[in-house]
Write a protein that binds this ligand. Structure first.
Ligand code: 13P
Length: 251
């Protein structure tokens, strides 16, 4: 099944508003020879400015997280409707840095997915194992729990725009990339989990991104794998020239 490729940049805690706008402008003007969906996820303070720059373009603007409550006494938190109000149409949920540093459990993420979908926003749901989990051969069971827990209680209709990002924790920011074969193996397993939990059509239609030290010099080989539909890029999404090369990966 042909799935449209999806190239996403997670800017993490980088860039001022002015820097974010400049990078967004460069991406807006860039060539997109594979006709990929392109997404950028700036920090909250730059979200609205980036959305303004990208208005009228096809580049998707995403938040990196949000809270599950609608409003109230939750100092520092941002609600899904506020993300939408800022001009974003997507939220990344379950990034490993959120899971490991800020206590996002599968249960909390399930509430976040629900709240984000209720606002009509798209979800990029991240899964992935630690090195210890990989070495003890728990990769697939950990990912199964992350999918079962985070995506509990939804129909395929609710999740029709869902994107999953497989980011092995040991490959994030370490310079250690999963081999294309390792990525393919896990992506295929994710499709099997989705088929068991939902149905075959859904499993075939969901786009699954690989993330973890994706670079200009490894993107082509990763994107060549059958079940890899895109990439979620950290470090190299911060430099226009590099991210634009990644967008224009060679088939
Ligand atoms: P790096 O590309 O810097 O390894 O980050 C990957 C990532 O966590 C994207 O969400």
């Amino acid at each position: 099944m042909a799935r449209k490729s999806f190239i996403a940049g997670n800017w993490k805690m980088h860039k001022t508003i002015a820097e974010s706008k400049a990078l967004a402008q460069a991406i807006k003007e860039a060539q997109n020879k594979n006709n990929a969906d392109i997404m950028v996820a700036p920090v909250f303070t730059s979200l609205n400015a980036v959305a303004e720059v990208l208005k009228g373009s096809n580049v998707i603007v995403s938040a990196q997280d949000c809270f599950y409550e609608e409003k109230g006494a939750f100092t520092s938190q941002i609600a899904p409707n506020q993300v939408k109000d800022a001009g974003a149409t997507c939220v990344i949920l379950g990034h490993s840095e959120r899971r490991s540093l800020f206590g996002d459990t599968n249960e909390i993420l399930n509430k976040k997915v629900k709240a984000v979908l209720a606002q009509g926003l798209r979800v990029v749901y991240c899964v992935g194992e630690t090195l210890q989990e990989r070495e003890s051969e728990k990769t697939i069971s950990v990912i199964q729990q992350q999918i079962e827990g985070g995506l509990k209680g939804f129909t395929t209709q609710d999740l029709k725009d869902l994107v999953i990002a497989y980011e092995p924790v040991w490959a994030i920011g370490t310079g250690k990339t999963a081999t294309p074969e390792q990525a393919q193996e896990v992506h295929k397993a994710i499709r099997n989990i989705l088929e068991q939990k939902f149905d075959k059509d859904f499993a075939q239609q969901v786009r699954i991104l690989y993330g973890g030290s994706v670079k200009t010099d490894n993107v082509d080989a990763i994107m060549a794998k059958e079940d890899v539909d895109g990439v979620l890029v950290g470090g190299q999404s911060l430099v226009a020239e590099q991210f634009i090369r990644i967008i224009n990966y060679n088939k």
